[in-house]
Design a protein around this ligand. Structure first.
Ligand code: MLT
Length: 410
């Protein structure tokens, strides 16, 4: 008899964005003549930068010739891409990392989900609440979350760190001691950020607890303010305590192409039960070589093109477009009388719902009455109840129309 991994039974019924997609599909089926504007999942809408497309075409040509054909690539990624990442994303900010500390992957969702493989089941996990659901779900699957409590909306073994308007979205150091701490800044879903001194507190705390910070900086390209760090390694001591996740999805429109990377400093250690310290870089490398055959050559050539002069110009143009959408949404919602957060250093706008309205009720009302799709805050955890997320990744006309619909809505 085949036994299943029963941890899966502790998951909520369906992944947040699949639930939303189903609800929207049902509405559209029942109302074929209504134009629905989707500002729910953070998926990009602008076409890829021409430079990336050209590079991928050339890469496909390489594969068509005997002399330039490529089979399996290095599991960790080609050095032509890793060296660009090193130079442009780190050295340019004064951060010194080595090329073999970078692992190219098929995206931050997979990396943040897969990383749990190298940690003990007994580790206590701390997350900010609300949070990107992948962090919770993958720890549930691997048995670290414990049972779900319907009343509180929390898993019994997870340490929830509230991030709400009451504490200005700055997570406080928890009273219970965690081993693994997830931080995502600019934050998904709230769009809020931590400045250097706020992030330094977490680095020092992790050091003190011998904990690790899993730092998701997938949205760093949307930072507009100078005092906000783009990488956790801008903070002194972070290389001793943090793994960083990055993605080309939002930065270069690769949500469908799939490419990202994770940085694991070689001096970063975990411990055995006997207290022996073990390199996490080595463990991840071992896992990667066993379970992954690398990102396709074509994709990595496309990602490399992001760093060319022309590529940088093109992706920045797209990022500016989304930033302008964020400003339009912020202004539109404020004019409509809502209190909003985020939007300045992130492509997400976090809306406080008035009169204790519940997030899913607002979702239904917004879809049924003005045909706009957003993401209910509670879908990101109990701390998101009473909030609602809109993304700046829509196209301009839809974004403007959505704001007009909301302003004219009663
Ligand atoms: C989101 O909407 O939160 C993101 O698009 C999800 C993701 O990047 O996987």
């Amino acid at each position: 008899m085949i036994n299943i991994n029963e941890n899966f039974l502790d998951l909520q019924d369906s992944y947040l964005f699949s639930t939303i997609a189903k609800k929207v599909a049902k509405f559209q089926e029942e109302n074929p003549n209504k134009k629905v504007i989707k500002l729910g999942i953070g998926d990009v809408t602008l076409p890829l930068a021409k430079n990336c497309v050209e590079a991928m075409k050339l890469a496909a040509e390489d594969l068509s010739r005997k002399e330039t054909f490529m089979g399996y690539g290095p599991e960790q990624g080609y050095d032509f891409l890793r060296s660009k990442i090193l130079e442009y994303d780190y050295k340019s900010r004064g951060i010194d990392i080595d090329i073999d500390e970078i692992f190219v992957s098929d995206g931050a969702k997979c990396d943040t989900g897969n990383i749990v493989d190298i940690f003990s089941k007994d580790n206590r996990v701390a997350i900010t609440d609300p949070v990107y659901p992948v962090y919770i779900d993958t720890n549930t699957m691997s048995g670290r979350a414990g049972k779900y409590n319907e009343l509180t909306g929390k898993y019994e073994n997870i340490i929830y760190i509230p991030c709400t308007a009451e504490n200005n979205f700055e997570p406080e150091l928890p009273t219970e001691k965690p081993d693994i701490i997830y931080l995502c800044f600019p934050n998904n879903p709230t769009g809020t950020v931590l400045d250097r001194s706020q992030l330094k507190k977490w680095v020092d705390y992790a050091k003190e607890c011998k904990a690790i910070i899993l730092y998701d900086s997938a949205y760093e390209a949307f930072i507009t303010e100078d005092n906000i760090p783009h990488s956790i390694y801008e903070i002194e001591g972070a290389k001793d305590v943090a793994i960083e996740f990055r993605s080309f999805s939002k930065t270069a429109g690769f949500t469908g192409v799939r490419c990202g990377y994770v940085v694991i400093p070689k001096r970063l250690n975990g411990y055995t039960k006997n207290g022996e310290s073990i390199s996490l870089n080595k463990l991840w490398n071992r896992r990667t070589c066993t379970k992954f055959n690398g990102v396709s050559y074509i994709t990595q050539k496309g990602a490399e093109a992001v760093y060319s002069e022309e590529g940088q110009k093109q992706i920045n143009k797209n990022i500016d477009y989304y930033k302008e959408n964020a400003r339009i949404i912020k202004k539109g919602l404020e004019e409509a009388g809502y209190t909003i957060f985020g939007a300045v250093n992130a492509p997400y706008i976090w809306l406080k719902l008035p009169d204790n309205v519940k997030s899913w009720d607002f979702f239904d009302k917004l879809l049924n009455e003005v045909q706009i799709v957003g993401t209910p805050g509670v879908g990101f955890g109990p701390g998101g109840e009473g909030y609602f997320r809109l993304t700046a990744f829509g196209n301009r006309e839809d974004t403007i129309e959505a704001m007009n619909r909301i302003k004219n809505w009663q």
